[in-house]
Design a protein around this ligand. Structure first.
Ligand code: ADP
Ligand code: MG
Length: 256
């Protein structure tokens, strides 16, 4: 089993918070190297699903497997070590740090000497630091933000911050990338740029992507398969064409 050949299997996943059922027996598979979208209205359970996959939330019932690894038994840092990286619906960058330093934090799990070693300039860490900066540069180039590397994040536009948030996840060299609403709050032009960027990332790196979005037209051109959630339940699963024509999706999701 190589990392990039692992399928993700979500099997009967249920998550309850007290009296609230955020996810109710949800199942779907992501084939290796594909983009899978998880869509649904606000409160449908999309972020909860990402939080379980990344280990931040516990499953109440059901399981998630990544290849042979049962993610629902693992702590977040072990899941990260398996090559799972995520972005946050609400951007979680350090505003006072430069773009480059924010991207470097994405590489922490790959730093042999650890962050402490890099800070203390231990022998051997100079070369390692150069390699990390080179890798950060490659990610910045892929995302078209290399001209912003020395800027502090608080000086950036919202759209550029969303790119840096994506970049930080990519700096961890993931095999499975979880994107929580990458175009939320963007205007149409910025959304289209982001769609092209995500498509380029997928083509270039061949990784698996779980794309969580509220915006249905946005995922149509990107995802090979789509799972539709409504009130925590899976109401449809299929290709974009199948989902678009599904009467229950039209009724429940589009509200028409
Ligand atoms: P979405 O991302 O699709 O908008 P969420 O997964 O954020 O939906 O939320 C699904 C439901 O679970 C909502 O009713 C939300 O209030 C609830 N929920 C999510 N996280 C928590 C939490 N940590 N504690 C309590 N309720 C939560
Ligand atoms: Mg959400």
């Amino acid at each position: 089993e190589t990392a990039s050949s692992r399928p993700l299997r979500v099997d009967n996943l249920t998550v309850r918070f007290g009296g609230i059922t955020a996810l109710s027996a949800v199942s779907f598979d992501i084939a290796p190297g594909t983009v899978h979208a998880l869509i649904g209205p606000n409160g449908a359970g999309k972020s909860t699903c990402i939080n379980v996959l990344g280990g931040a939330y516990r499953a109440t019932e059901g399981a998630v497997h990544y290849g042979e690894h049962k993610l629902t038994d693992l702590r977040p840092h072990r899941i990260a070590d398996l090559g799972v990286a995520r972005t946050f619906q609400n951007i979680s960058l350090s505003l006072e740090l430069t773009v480059e330093d924010n991207l470097l934090t994405g590489r922490h799990r790959l730093m042999r000497g650890g962050v402490l070693g890099a800070g203390l300039r231990l022998p051997g860490t100079r070369r390692e630091e150069r390699e990390h900066r080179a890798q950060v540069g490659r990610v910045a180039e892929l995302l078209g933000i290399e001209h912003l590397l020395q800027r502090e994040v608080h000086t950036l536009s919202y759209g550029d911050r969303k790119r840096v948030e994506l970049g930080r996840a990519l700096c961890a060299e993931p095999t499975l990338l979880l994107l929580d609403e990458p175009v939320a709050g963007m205007n149409h032009g910025e959304s289209q740029d982001m769609a092209a960027t995500i498509a380029a990332v997928q083509r270039e790196l061949g990784i698996s992507i779980l794309l969580v979005e509220h915006d249905m037209p946005f995922v149509m051109g990107l995802a090979e398969r789509i799972t539709v959630l409504d009130f925590g339940k899976c109401i449809a699963d299929g290709t974009p064409d199948e989902v678009r024509r599904d009467p229950e999706v039209v009724r429940a999701y589009l509200g028409t």
